[in-house]
Design a protein around this ligand. Structure first.
Ligand code: VG1
Ligand code: CO
Length: 543
């Protein structure tokens, strides 16, 4: 077998976003496009000869083709071994688990997460480092810099590798090991949670519904929830991973997971519902006719963590992304542990976990996780909730309401405006920046602005600084409005407006978030000149 050196020219748009490089499938299918990016990764990470990698993806359209290309390039670039999930499948948290367990040099994950798939949908690629977590910014910047210079890549001329049969084969000098994508991950889950107690709960008639949204978690949820924990067959719905996710949008929120929402809000609803996204790192938690806000979910997991065997020694600390509500901060304060506020994206949690500064991390975008891996983890959050429900023997809604009584309620919502013209979105953000100095001290209805800024973060472990991470408008009573542009979309711009108000008054805890936040929503629209600059009357998605 021969190593071929292919000359190529740089593409100028291979800058990784919040979570890897995401583009439309036809963009990735252009000659050399994927190859350029993969070679840029290999050139930047300088892995020693013979190093091992993990490779897998969420099964979306182009996953298998990409895996064949990457395997042949890894062989040509001197890697000694690649562990591949059977059929090319590995959920994002499972990939992180495998990197850590098998101590590989790193891993490549093929996913565009919650973005739709299919021939006209999105594809994505992300590099994870030795700790199992997403490459930090200095690595992604080096990859991008390399992609702008690249002149050639290396690929082995060889037949395709059989991806569906577990076992070891050779590709040139490199070993390819096809592994069970579920086993290591399922073993890790069993070591963290009280499977016996969850089994008893499910045997007692407690009914659950998990929506895998035709994405990667189907096989994981079937094995863990149905096989190992005994949930009746059919408890996992849409369990077959499909290359186009059944033409759905695998984003577990009230809008896109409506099939599950209708079941949980319908007649004869199950006791507990959950969904995960394309690559299995997000989670949505539902009780009977009740939605648990992701920010509350993080706080509640933290407050109840010692009920799960894996966390019975307590938490070292908690971290949340800046736009995530401060509900977790209140729990950290009560537990007398530190709470860190990071920019959006899981890559910022890695250093804190590696340094044992935090145990739990979370984002408002349906992402929760812990130091068991270095990615957010959808099924882990579902199992954590089931463990708590089994231990407390109360409905999910009661657990949330009791939490609010104890800590007060951080009323929270996010409004997304998807598919905006990039110019309009940029001009709105610029307008906000230009308004900073005039806004301080201004009164809007009952709210007075204490300060506004563009969030920047200094990593407490390695001192690296990340600027421009979102405009914050903070009011004197602690309420907040945050504006950010998404870094995961592939078309136009998505504006995210995050709204948070603290409500200590129990008499108001029954209010729907949109009602409770109405005044802040109005202020956000006024300050940003949203209607004038975007022509939009209402958000595309509210979570
Ligand atoms: C979004 C979320 C962010 C999350 C990221 C990746 O990013 O807001 O919290 O970490 O997606 O999640 P953005 O830049 O579009 O706001 V996943 O599940 O798409 O890998
Ligand atoms: Co995801």
């Amino acid at each position: 077998m021969m190593i071929r050196t292919v000359s190529t020219q740089p593409f100028n748009d291979q800058k990784p976003g919040t979570s890897g490089l995401r583009k439309r499938v036809p963009v990735f299918q252009q000659p050399h496009y994927l190859e350029n990016f993969v070679q840029s990764i290999f050139d930047s990470i300088a892995a020693p000869r013979g190093a091992a990698l993990v490779l897998g993806g969420d099964g979306r359209y182009y996953n298998r083709e990409a895996i064949q290309i990457i395997l042949k390039m890894a062989a040509a670039n001197g890697f000694g071994k690649v562990l591949v999930g059977q059929g090319g499948i590995l959920s994002t948290p499972a990939a992180s688990c495998v990197i850590r367990k098998h101590q590989t040099f790193g891993g490549i994950i093929l996913s565009a997460s919650h973005n739709p798939g299919g021939p006209e949908g999105d594809f994505g690629i992300k590099y994870n480092v030795t700790n199992g977590g997403p490459a930090p910014e200095k690595v992604t910047e080096a990859i991008y810099a390399r992609s702008k210079q690249i002149a050639e890549y290396f690929i082995l001329d060889a037949p395709d590798v059989a991806l569906d049969k577990i076992g070891v084969s050779k590709l040139g000098d490199m070993q390819v090991e096809i592994i069970d994508p579920v086993a290591d991950y399922a073993g890790l889950m069993a070591s963290l949670f009280d499977f016996g107690a969850i089994r008893n709960l499910l045997a007692s008639g407690f009914r659950i519904k998990f929506d895998a949204m035709h994405a990667v978690t189907g096989p994981y949820a079937r094995e863990i929830l149905e096989q190992q924990l005994g949930a009746p067959a059919g408890s996992v719905m849409n369990a077959e991973p499909l290359p186009d996710f059944g033409k759905g949008h695998p984003d577990p929120n009230l809008t896109y997971a409506h099939e599950l929402v209708e079941i949980l809000y319908g007649d004869n609803a199950p006791d507990f519902g959950a969904a995960s996204d394309g690559d299995g790192d997000r989670n949505m938690i539902l009780g009977k006719k009740f939605f648990v806000t992701p920010s509350d979910s993080l706080a509640i997991l933290a407050a109840n963590a010692t009920l799960a065997p894996g966390y019975k020694a307590g938490l070292a600390g908690i971290a949340r992304s800046m736009p995530t509500s401060a509900a977790a901060d209140r729990v950290a304060q009560a537990l007398d542990i530190p709470c860190f506020e990071t920019p959006t994206g899981w890559k910022f949690f890695g250093n804190l976990m590696d340094a044992d500064k935090v145990t739990l991390c979370g984002e408002e975008s349906f992402g929760t996780g812990s130091n068991h891996v270095r990615e957010k983890d959808g099924l882990w959050a579902v199992l954590f909730w089931l463990n708590i429900l089994a231990a407390r023997k109360q409905p999910a809604e009661n657990i949330v309401r009791e939490h609010w009584v104890k800590f007060g309620r951080n009323v929270y919502s996010r409004h997304d405006y998807e598919g905006l013209p990039t110019d309009a979105a940029n001009s709105l953000m610029q307008h906000l920046h230009d308004s900073f100095s005039g806004l301080r001290g201004q009164q809007f209805g009952q709210y007075e602005i204490q300060f506004c800024d563009d969030f920047s973060y200094t990593d407490p472990v390695d001192g690296s600084v990340s600027t421009g991470q979102g405009v914050r408008i903070i009011f004197t009573d602690g309420s907040r409005i945050v504006f950010r542009l998404s870094g995961t979309g592939t078309e136009g711009a998505t504006l995210r407006i995050y709204l948070e108000a603290y409500e200590p008054d129990i008499a108001k805890h029954h209010l729907d978030a949109q009602t409770a936040l109405a005044e802040l929503i109005r202020i956000a629209e006024e300050i940003s000149q949203l209607r004038k600059r975007t022509g939009r009357e209402k958000p595309t998605v509210i979570t």
